[in-house]
Write a protein that binds this ligand. Structure first.
Ligand code: G3I
Length: 345
């Protein structure tokens, strides 16, 4: 049974894909079998679109309109186009994986170089979004069905508010966010969905901050279509009740909900550990399915953050081997995979 087939009447099933997945026939066969959505794990982030060599060599020329190049993103778009698997665009405006020089006057790499002015950064933002969207929509029409327009604009804990050390916040101020959505709406093809995406979206303070300061103002201007709950969870620290409350709260705003980066960190590869992981996935998918069926949240996609355990970012991040995904190192289905399939039966 394939994941996409099992869930087709409820929501699409996705996975993140890496450069090496795009080089592997085995990975591509798995993608075609199981998934109805893909997200480039890294390769469509600003650092891959921004042409460092060109911008730094000619800062005056590109002062307002940064030079872009498209080699890295193409590999994902080509695969999506050939395979017919729709792609979630990740990500246009983010503090991370966007080079620091991009935010600086004259694209300077000096550590204490001043931020570019608000006007210049708004212009660079508009031209960046325009350039990326026009490239994708001209050369790959219909392939990218949604974009994470802004990612992770809020601090770890919501009571700290906006992530102030972001280059976007520093150079423009907190209204960088609404401007990003105005530009994205202006250049996105009709039907392309615009998302706000963040992690720990079930944290009480963070959830309230996102709803009041981000989603409601965006909704008032018709600028957002969906909320992305990344969902990097931890097996030994799960609060699925809180997760459900957050899901219902975002869903209650009338937005589409996508679970954009699901994984459940688990450091125990024993049968017991893998069964506990399976139970957690089962419970989570029951929550998502119930929400969809009850009309509490219009879940339209669930994306797993990685195709198999040994490719998960978590091992590096947590400094211990993580057995967090649905498939083992040889794509063998784990108990967690079976639990996800069983949840929908
Ligand atoms: O490609 C280089 C390689 O050449 C070099 O040898 C190696 C040495 O560290 O680094 C490689 O780059 C790494 C890159 O992933 C590709 O594997 C970076 O160091 C590493 O920082 C980067 O991590 C990515 C992370 O975003 C960066 O913030 C993860 O793969 C990716 O899974 C993760 O994804 C994010 C989402 O975009 C947003 N939400 C959170 C999520 C998890 O952090």
């Amino acid at each position: 049974m394939s994941l996409k087939k099992a869930y087709e009447q409820f929501f699409s099933m996705g996975t993140s894909v890496s450069w090496s997945n795009m080089m592997s026939e085995e990975a591509k066969a798995e993608l075609k079998k199981h998934y109805s959505s893909i997200t480039a794990e890294n390769g469509m982030k600003p650092m891959f679109f921004l042409d460092e060599k060109e911008n730094l060599a000619n800062p005056e020329k590109y002062h307002e309109c940064p030079a872009l190049h498209f080699e890295s993103p193409r590999i994902y778009l080509d695969f999506a186009k050939e395979s017919g698997i729709p792609l979630r665009g990740h990500v246009l405006v983010w503090h991370s994986q966007t080079p620091m020089w991009f935010f600086k006057e004259k694209y300077s790499k000096e550590e204490d170089a001043p931020w570019a002015s608000r006007e210049i950064m708004l212009t660079r933002m508009e031209n960046y979004i325009k350039g990326v969207l026009e490239f994708v929509q001209t050369e790959y029409p219909g392939v990218v069905y949604a974009w994470d327009v802004v990612n992770e604009a809020v601090e770890e804990r919501g009571q700290q508010g906006w992530r102030q050390w972001s280059g976007w916040y520093q150079s423009i101020g907190e209204d960088f966010l609404i401007h990003a959505y105005r530009f994205a709406r202006k250049y996105a093809a009709p039907g392309v969905k615009l998302f706000y995406n963040d992690y720990n979206t079930f944290d009480t303070f963070k959830k309230d901050f996102i709803v009041e300061n981000i989603l409601k103002p965006l909704i008032a201007e018709g600028l957002v279509d969906g909320m992305g709950m990344q969902s990097h969870l931890v097996l030994n620290d799960l609060d699925l009740d809180g997760y459900k409350q957050a899901l219902y709260k975002y869903g209650g705003l009338g937005l589409e909900i996508q679970v954009t980066e699901l994984d459940i960190h688990n450091n125990d590869p024993s049968e017991d550990g893998l069964n506990k992981l399976a139970e957690a996935y089962s419970e989570l998918f029951h929550i998502l399915l119930d929400a969809k069926k009850n009309g509490k949240a219009n879940v339209t996609n669930v994306t797993i953050w990685g195709m198999k355990d040994d490719e998960s970012w978590l091992t590096d991040f947590r400094k211990e081997t993580s057995y967090s995904l649905l498939f083992g190192n040889n794509y063998e289905p784990k108990a967690a995979y079976q639990a996800v399939i069983d949840a929908v039966k």
